[in-house]
Design a protein. Structure first.
Length: 350
C-alpha cells in the first residue's frame, strides 16, 4: 500500500487550513452553516453521490461507453465552492466532471444522456463523459487532456479582467496534473497580469494509480505558486464548511484585484481512477477508513441530526427525492434517441 500523505484529510486537523497568510490569516477555518446551508449541502452532495452510483451501474451494463471517471467521495469540494461563488463565476475542470456540472445546476437528464451518447445530452451526445459544456451556466468543460483546463481557465480569467465583469474563473485539476508544465506557465501569466483565477487542486491522493508521494517531490501542493508570488492554502476537502470558508477567502482575494489564488483540496475518491481501474494500489482498509471517518455527506447528516435540524425520516425523504431525480435521468438517458448521422459533420472547426 502506498504511503498516506501527511497532509491528508485524515491526518491534518479537521476543518483546518494551512495558508500562506496572504489572504486573511484571521479568517475562520470553517464556515458557520445555518440549517438551510446544511440542508442545501446535504442534498447537493447526495445528488452527486446517487448520480455517480447510477452512472457506475449503467457503465457496468454496457450503456455508457468510453471512459467514465466518478466523483464519489469528493462531493464537498465542488459543492462548497458552488455555495461561495456568485452568478457569472466560471468553472472549468478535467475529465472527472459530472459532479461539477450537477453543482452548477445543469439538468441531470442532460448530463446522463451525454454519458449514454444520446441526442438530449449536453453536448448532443457527441462528447461523452469527459466533454460537456454549458455556456448558459458558465461551465466550460470537461477536458480529457491532463492539465489543459488550467491554461484555458487562465484564459477565462484574462477575459474577466479585460472586460471588467467582476467574475472569477475557477480551474479545477488533480494532484497528477499539478506537475504539468502548462500549469506553471499559467501560474506565471496569471500572477504577472493579476488575473482573477482560483486554481483548485483536487488532491485525491492518487494520480491515476500513483500516490502523490511517489509522483511529487514537494507534496504540499498549495505552495506550488510561491515562486510566482501566488498565495495558497491546504483545505480539508472532505468538510464542505472548510471548503466554503476557503472559497470565500480566495474569491474575495481575486475580486479585490490581487491576482490568482491556489486552494489545495485534500480529498479522497472511493472508486478507482476510472471505471476500468480496479484500484489494487491501495488497500480496502484505507478506503473503508476514509468512508467511515471522513465521508463528506455523513458529516453533514450527523450535524443535522445532532442540531435537531432534521430527523432520520426527513433525511430519508431527501434521499427518496434525489433517487427519483436520478432514476428519471437514467430512464431518459436510455430511451432518448441517438444523434442523427448528420451530427457527425456539425460543430467542426477547420
Amino acid at each position: 500500500m502506498a504511503a498516506t500523505n501527511k497532509s491528508s484529510a485524515g491526518t491534518r486537523a479537521k476543518g483546518a487550513t494551512r495558508s500562506s497568510g496572504a489572504a486573511n490569516p484571521a479568517a475562520p477555518a470553517i464556515a458557520e452553516f445555518t440549517k438551510e446551508d446544511e440542508l442545501h449541502a446535504y442534498r447537493e452532495m447526495l445528488l452527486i453521490r446517487r448520480f455517480e452510483e447510477k452512472a457506475g451501474q449503467l457503465y457496468g451494463m454496457g450503456l455508457i461507453g468510453g471512459f467514465c471517471h466518478l466523483y464519489i467521495g469528493q462531493e464537498a469540494v465542488v459543492v462548497g465552492m458552488q455555495m461561495a461563488k456568485k452568478d457569472g463565476d466560471q468553472m472549468i475542470t478535467g475529465y472527472r466532471d459530472h459532479g461539477h456540472m450537477l453543482a452548477m445546476d445543469l439538468d441531470p437528464k442532460g448530463v446522463m444522456a451525454e454519458l449514454t451518447g444520446r441526442r438530449g445530452g449536453l453536448s448532443k451526445g457527441k462528447g461523452g463523459s469527459m466533454h460537456m459544456f454549458s455556456k448558459e451556466k458558465h461551465f466550460y468543460g470537461g477536458h480529457g487532456i491532463v492539465g489543459a483546463q488550467v491554461a484555458l481557465g487562465t484564459g477565462i480569467g484574462f477575459a474577466n479582467k479585460y472586460t471588467g465583469n467582476g467574475n472569477v474563473s475557477m480551474a479545477f485539476f488533480g494532484d497528477g496534473a499539478s506537475n504539468q508544465g502548462q500549469v506553471y506557465e499559467s501560474f506565471n501569466m496569471a500572477e504577472l497580469w493579476k488575473l482573477p483565477v482560483i486554481y483548485v487542486i483536487e488532491n485525491n491522493k492518487y494520480g491515476m494509480g500513483t500516490s502523490v508521494e511517489r509522483a511529487s517531490a514537494m507534496t504540499d501542493l498549495s505552495q506550488r505558486g510561491l515562486s510566482f508570488g501566488i498565495p495558497g492554502e491546504q483545505v480539508d476537502g472532505m468538510d464542505v464548511r472548510a471548503v466554503k470558508a476557503a472559497s470565500d477567502r480566495a474569491l474575495a482575494w481575486c475580486r479585490e484585484g490581487k491576482g490568482p489564488y491556489i486552494l489545495e483540496m485534500i480529498t479522497y475518491r472511493y472508486r478507482g481512477h476510472s471505471m476500468s481501474d480496479p484500484a489494487k494500489y491501495r488497500s480496502k482498509d484505507e478506503v473503508q477508513k476514509m468512508r467511515t471517518e471522513h465521508d463528506p455527506i455523513e458529516q453533514v447528516r450527523v450535524r443535522l441530526m445532532e442540531n435537531g435540524w432534521a430527523t432520520d425520516d426527513d433525511l430519508k425523504a431527501i434521499d427518496r427525492d434525489v433517487r427519483a431525480i436520478v432514476a428519471e435521468a437514467a430512464e431518459f438517458a436510455q430511451n432518448d434517441p441517438e444523434p442523427d448521422v448528420s451530427e457527425l459533420y456539425t460543430d467542426i472547426l477547420l
